[in-house]
Ligand binder design. Sequence first.
Ligand code: ATP
Length: 232
Amino acid sequence: MEILKAENLTKKYINKTALDNLNITLEKGKIYGLLGPNGSGKTTLMKIIAGLLQASSGNIQIMESMIGKDTKKLVSYMPTTNHLSNGMKIKHWIECFHDYFEDFNKEKAQELIDFMKLKQDMKIKNLSTGMVQRLKISLAISRDAILYVFDEPFNGIDPVSREKIMETLLNNLDEEKTIIISSHMVSELERILDRVIFLDDGKLIINEDADFLRVERKMSIDELYREVYKDA
Ligand SMILES: Nc1ncnc2c1ncn2[C@@H]1O[C@H](COP(=O)(O)OP(=O)(O)OP(=O)(O)O)[C@@H](O)[C@H]1O
């Protein structure tokens, strides 16, 4: 089942076309790796899907609704930046998410925060980079959305914690959910991906089944990535 469809999606900033006539569909229940070098348009696409940025032209629909207020309720988005204000404690953010998102499961968030070895009384300003990432991920996973969009969830995270986060994603989001993850850590991510999307300078160059690509190209997704972008 198709849950997202983008047609001729273009995003122009003042002197840069960040997304160039993108046509893309996402299927229900799949984990997508959104891959590409710096500046290829990954964050721009994710922000548009999350309803935080408007495309310059083209259409994008989620569950057959045009992007807007209604589709925001269907998408749980974890930005790459720290969007949680510093003076607040973790427990305040749990309350905020609970107030703001109808689909937010407070008990689940509390469990995940414990699992991630965080304490509810910790202030955001006292958290390390990796701890902030773990908190952002816990909050995003605690929503019961249709589509989960994680922008660079492994930034600043050590290898053991990366494994833990991947396990948490797989264990907490059932097979009905669709997930998009952008990352530069292709080799670590590849084992959980069903499909891969390669962007290059705002253009879609691959949207394909990961196993199919491995067999067809006789290489891992990581090797394919290095080959495709060797001149980037
Ligand atoms: N607000 C903005 N104003 C002008 N240009 C922008 C803006 N945001 C992004 N860009 C440009 O759009 C292009 C795509 O940026 P984007 O952040 O989507 O790429 P990305 O693939 O997420 O990169 P990275 O891997 O470095 O995070 C880049 O050339 C970037 O400089």
